[in-house]
Design a protein around this ligand. Structure first.
Ligand SMILES: Cc1cc2nc3c(=O)[nH]c(=O)nc-3n(C[C@H](O)[C@H](O)[C@H](O)COP(=O)(O)OP(=O)(O)OC[C@H]3O[C@@H](n4cnc5c(N)ncnc54)[C@H](O)[C@@H]3O)c2cc1C
Length: 492
């Protein structure tokens, strides 16, 4: 369907762009992309440079019966950006938001910044850093994801306690919907009814296109204390972390790795669970907080392996890289390179999946055991019993942890040349583990989002009336249902 003249300049049907906007970055996406399979490319890719462009694209899609999928960094791991939609649509446009980029305004007095939605993590930190500020939101996909994507998916950063989801760091949001402009008021907090921001946070492109947001920023941390603590027994380590998470100390990092997770990264010896603990502040030394936390951990059977603080006592605080411990450094570097390693594993014929959830402390052990059992059963069914599963806590709340599981298993015979030899076992493992998580009372996702892949589970875990209310909200903002159809809710 040829676009009207004025839109021609921001739309392309170039094959490379259509391929690039076909997928996110899930294991399934990586496999299909590696084998050159692109069953659902968008017909066109739009590259708007302004909000007017975004509104014009939405109008054109609405008037021509086409669907529109907002695309940020394309790092979705849940089928959030794939144009896998029904035949009723006359076409589909992938709306790439990365032309709307940059820090537009800083309110130093309120410590807030107005940021365009297509800004990638590194650019955001670079621009804020010039003012001595930081957003301090570091998803593992930080390099490849955008502010708009974070808001649309309620991303989780790497503060391990307290501020975790981007939700708490967003002051107001501006979104263009098919029904018009949706903009919330800048407020530090509000008790006025259900929050307009909360409707947009996690909407995954189904209500409109987020174009800007005011974000809560902070001064860069200058004082840090870090420690690595190991435990001979995972259950005792879990109890130790629960105690710290309920102590009110609120460490910035409190990442527990089981022995299987710690060993390959070089942070552990394969026998011990390892806890990476960190405190930070822009204003005050944090060693006293660390001492209290370490006392608590020792009481729970923890053994301190290493401990550092920066700056050294008496030295001036600077914004340079902090001193860290060997185990923490080793784990961090493995964590940051994991996305690249995953894609390499695909090429070697390995199945590799990560999934995450959250559960209250009273039910964690049961959930953990159920997931391990489900994975073992899936390995028996799909990979001749071969495979490994490990667990870490990405976040801890006073009332429960957010466990993150990593599965690696060999693909079936012919995995080097046949994608089904990878996707068959992957699907068996993913389904078994997802069912186990839901049956044990967990959420299908703590921060990876819903997309198309988790939609059915999201429907099952949330109240039926809530789903109906969400569908009604979508009908109001997106009357034809053209915004990312099939994500969060079934297509109408
Ligand atoms: C290796 C790896 C590690 C990851 N680690 C984390 C992690 O630590 N924490 C975490 O939370 N997630 C993580 N993710 C998942 C992913 O990075 C997040 O969901 C991220 O927030 C997506 O941002 P994006 O800009 O790439 O959005 P995209 O992938 O482009 O889009 C994601 C969804 O948001 C919608 N969307 C994007 N931009 C907009 C917009 N401007 N307006 C409206 N809707 C929009 C899309 O339609 C889609 O539904 C990881 C992914 C990978 C591949």
């Amino acid at each position: 369907m040829p676009p009207p003249g004025v839109l021609g300049a921001i739309l392309t049907d170039e094959p490379y762009e259509r391929c690039l906007h076909s997928y996110g970055r899930s294991f399934r996406d990586a496999v299909r992309g590696s084998f050159g399979q692109y069953p659902n490319p968008p017909d066109l890719v739009a590259k708007p440079a302004s909000e007017e462009d975004v509104a014009a694209i939405l109008d054109w899609c609405a008037s021509t019966g086409q669907a529109c999928i907002a695309f940020g960094g394309g790092s979705s791991v849940v089928g959030g950006v794939e144009p896998d939609i029904s035949d009723k649509w006359k076409g589909v446009v992938s709306l790439d938001c990365t032309g709307l980029a940059g820090v537009l305004e800083i309110d130093r007095r309120s410590l807030a910044a107005r940021v365009a939605a297509g800004t990638f993590g590194p650019a955001l930190e670079r621009e804020l850093g010039r003012e001595g500020l930081t957003f301090r939101h570091f998803p593992q996909s930080f390099e490849f994801s955008t502010v708009g994507g974070w808001i649309a998916t309620r991303s989780g950063g790497h503060f391990a306690t307290r501020y975790t989801h981007v939700d708490d760091l967003v002051e107001s949001i501006r979104m263009i919907t098919p029904a018009g402009l949706y903009e919330s008021r800048r407020l530090p907090g509000s008790g006025a009814g259900p929050s307009p921001d909360r409707l947009v946070l996690g909407s995954e492109g189904t209500l409109g296109v987020v174009t800007q947001a005011w974000l809560r920023v902070r001064e860069r941390p200058l004082f840090r204390a870090k420690a690595t603590v190991r435990f001979a027994n995972f259950d005792r380590a879990v109890e130790a972390v629960r105690t710290v998470s309920q102590s009110g100390l609120e460490p910035a990092n409190c990442r527990l790795l089981d022995a299987a997770e710690a060993a390959p990264s070089g942070a552990g010896d394969g026998e011990h669970a390892v806890l990476l603990l960190g405190f930070e502040s822009a204003r005050v030394r944090v060693e006293p907080l660390m001492s209290l936390a370490l006392e608590c951990l020792k009481d729970c059977g923890g053994e301190i392996v290493e401990q550092t603080a920066s700056p050294a006592p008496g030295a001036a605080a600077t914004a340079t890289a902090p001193t860290s411990g060997a185990a923490a450094d080793s784990w961090r570097s493995s964590f940051m390179s994991a996305p690249y390693l995953r894609d390499a594993l695909v090429l070697t014929g390995a199945v590799c999946e990560t999934f995450e959830t959250a559960i209250t402390w009273d039910r964690f052990s049961e959930l953990h055991a159920a997931v391990l059992e489900a994975a073992a059963g899936a390995f028996r069914d799909a990979t001749s019993g071969k495979g490994s599963i490990s667990c870490r806590f990405t976040h801890v709340y006073p009332d429960g942890p957010a466990p993150y599981f990593t599965v690696v298993a060999p693909g079936g015979a012919g995995a080097a040349s046949d994608p089904s030899a990878l996707l068959g076992p992957w699907s068996t493992i993913k389904q078994a583990c997802s069912e186990a998580v839901l049956a044990a009372g967990g959420t299908i996702t703590h921060h990876h989002a819903v997309g198309r892949d988790h939609r059915e589970y999201y429907g099952r875990q949330s109240p039926g009336l809530f789903q109906a209310a969400l569908a009604a909200a979508k009908r109001e903002l997106d009357p034809s249902g053209m915004c990312n159809p099939g994500v969060l809710l079934p297509e109408r």
